[in-house]
Design a binder for this molecule. Structure first.
Ligand SMILES: [Zn+2]
Length: 65
């Protein structure tokens, strides 16, 4: 999955990003209790995508497909 598509979906859900270490980006969900770390740019592996969905547990099912 492309980073820009993941980013678009995160923004559509009202998530906010903050810079992390190196090329990492921290994404905060709207409820403020869930954080996911995503690598900026390129393509994200299925593992990272699955982890992002799991970590941002309060987002509606199917928000990232
Ligand atoms: Zn949350």
């Amino acid at each position: 999955m492309k980073y820009r598509d993941v980013r678009k979906a995160l923004l559509a859900q009202g998530c906010q990003s903050k810079p992390g270490k190196g090329d990492h980006e921290k994404w905060y969900c709207p409820c403020g209790q869930h954080i996911a770390v995503v690598t900026r740019g390129g393509t994200l592996s299925a593992g990272v995508v699955g982890d992002t969905i799991k970590k941002l547990a309060c987002l509606p099912k199917g928000w990232l497909t």
